[in-house]
Design a protein around this ligand. Sequence first.
Ligand SMILES: [Zn+2]
Ligand SMILES: [Zn+2]
Length: 239
Amino acid sequence: MPKTFLDLNILNIIKKLYTISTEIIFPYYCYRCLSFLNEQSYLCQNCLKEINFGLKIFCPKCQRRKPISEKITEVCCANIIKTLITFSDYEQPLIAKLIKEGKFNSYKEIFIWLGRLISTEIKIINLKNFYLTYVPTTVKIEKERGFNQAKILAQEISRILNLPIFEKIKKIRETEFQSHLNYQQRKENIQNCFQVISSPPKNLIIVDDIITTGTTLFELAQKLKESGCKNIMALTICR
Ligand SMILES: [Zn+2]
Ligand SMILES: [Zn+2]
């Protein structure tokens, strides 16, 4: 056996043992109150209540909260995105902090956990015939962060609810961070930065972490519509 192969094997075993031992020695604690958790999670049931996590659906145009019983393809206002599916409020400091922590300190697991929470909530809506997709980032940003949080969320929801993913969208140029830009600047910043590279399915849910002014999601929805998509929804953790 070549020496390098053996070395690699030993390294893998050590890594595995390390992971197992840290899980035993350092079990899961609530990110907020440090209480012990039985399962891999970030918040205990009490702290979870604070972020008021629950399925809410809205008309993205007039902001009307729709009853859950209403079909997500039903609309009150003409709009490219027919329904916004969301779960918490970005004004809630705890959820905002968790999302920032995940994004800027590269904790991918936070988004896997949020994807799990979302899946439990949305399974009551009929999503039959819907595909998921996500707001893409450029290869450069994905490399820097190590992942794209929108993609992680979509993949986790897809895995749990068995929904197919449409991945043929690219972000073709870098854009500026939107937070310090006004609405008009955001629109110009994001214009034509997405490319749909093959014909999309008719029914699609675009996943992203948060929606603020909605310029990114609408720009992408516009491109998807031009490529033949009929029913476009958006799904975000927060609004
Ligand atoms: Zn807690
Ligand atoms: Zn409306």
